[in-house]
Write a protein that binds this ligand. Structure first.
Ligand code: NAD
Ligand code: DAU
Length: 343
């Protein structure tokens, strides 16, 4: 690996990966390609803007001409694809962009990558492809049962990757991460939304009974998991990256409020997300066997996250304007109007 294209790296996890790679591997050239959708933000990459081994290109991964030009211009030998529409609620309101980026975009990246004779292609995927699991842990060979348009699109992207591996012999690896949290996460996802709303003493819309279970993974551990899979993953394989930290949503919200020093009276139970999966949980032993080890425990990671939003209002206050407020109204106005307080 020498010249790595990291797509979607103006977003939350991709930017953490780009910052980490630029600093950890000064002998690699890191080229970020990002469309800068509502979720993409150059501020996330400010700390590496002046680094010699980093370049930024604004483009759509589904734009064949642009992808081809960037692959040639930088003599790319490796692709790590984070680019996606990533929010389940938006996929329920408007799924088109999910099919465009998470399926067609992945196909274009693979196809152009094949033409340019790239080496490794790593696709960043999600535990949501396994769907709702009542008990036990998902392992990599389990069948896909995606339930939201987001999860179905991510599963479609994975299947395109598989097909290019089997049919064209491309060197591909897939990672499936669990619910990731930390600094620079767009404030539409549970933790950054609730932390920033709670800072302003606004009501927190918990869907349904709040007894859904997610597996919480700190962003830095997700990034090192991708690094290990990129360097040591076996071609054609998928690897779960689990937080091994499954919790009820309501307990996550309580812990966040305690860390922030805000009262539980901010919680409102609102009508549930349509098709809401109750539980995700994955087994991470396959990735651990390659040498990956989580570094962050839940209390420390949560406190670090809460502190970051407290200390970085410059970052999130300017996001919570314009299109964001339109989305917030569409998603929450009616829900909050028919909400009930937590007991
Ligand atoms: P994000 O929404 O914060 O960032 C997505 C980035 O992709 C943005 O910078 C956006 O501008 C860019 N993008 C979107 N469409 C594009 C296109 N057509 N061309 C180029 N760039 C485009 O997402 P995230 O939370 O950082 O997630 C990154 C990846 O990790 C996604 O593939 C997601 O499915 C996966 N994932 C996320 C989580 C999580 O909990 N956030 C967990 C597991 C896997
Ligand atoms: O599991 C991995 C997935 O985690 C990633 O693939 C997705 O990209 C990422 O967005 C995330 O999906 P979720 O739907 O699990 O994340 P979200 O933060 O939207 O919601 C987490 C849980 O909190 C979920 O059960 C829904 C609930 N929730 C969320 C919001 C935004 C609420 O109760 N109220 C809310 O307002």
């Amino acid at each position: 690996m020498k010249n790595i294209l990291v797509t979607g790296a103006a977003g939350f996890i991709g930017s953490a990966f780009a910052r980490y790679m630029v600093e950890t591997y000064p002998h690699y050239n890191i080229v970020v390609l990002d469309k800068l959708t509502y979720a993409g933000n150059r501020d996330n990459l400010l700390s590496i803007d002046d680094e010699e081994n980093y370049r930024f290109e604004r483009a759509d991964i589904a734009d064949r001409g642009a992808v081809s030009r960037v692959l040639q211009q930088y003599d790319i030998d490796t692709i790590v694809n984070f680019a996606a529409e990533s929010h389940v609620d938006r996929s329920i309101l408007a799924p088109d962009a999910f099919v465009h980026t998470d399926v067609v975009g992945v196909y274009i990246l693979l196809d152009e990558g094949k033409k340019h004779g790239i080496g490794r292609f790593l696709q960043v995927s999600t535990d949501e492809v396994y769907g709702d699991i009542e008990s036990g842990l998902s392992v990599e060979g389990d069948r896909f049962l995606p339930n939201s348009p987001y999860a179905a699109a991510k599963a479609g992207g994975e299947l395109m990757v598989r097909s290019y591996q089997v049919t064209h012999g491309m060197d591909t690896v897939i990672t499936r991460g669990s619910n990731t949290f930390g600094p620079y996460q767009y404030p539409e996802k549970l933790l950054p939304l609730f932390i920033t709303e709670a800072i302003d003493d606004r009501p927190l819309p918990v869907y349904g009974d709040g007894k859904q279970i997610r597996d919480w993974l700190y962003v830095e551990d997700h990034v090192t998991g991708i690094d290990v899979a990129l360097h040591h993953g076996v071609s054609g394989e998928a690897y779960n990256i689990a937080g091994e930290n499954t919790q009820f949503n309501i307990d996550v919200v309580h812990a966040m409020l305690d860390a922030l020093g805000k009262p539980r009276s901010l919680i409102r139970h609102v009508p549930d997300r349509e098709g809401h999966d109750r539980r995700y949980a994955m087994d991470a032993s396959k990735l651990r066997a390659l040498g990956w080890k989580r570094q962050w425990d839940w209390p420390r990671a949560l406190q670090a996250t809460v502190d970051w939003y407290l200390n970085n209002e410059w970052w999130w206050r300017k996001i919570k304007t314009g299109e964001y407020l339109e989305y917030f109204k569409r998603q929450y106005a009616e829900r909050l109007a028919s909400s009930s307080a937590s007991e």
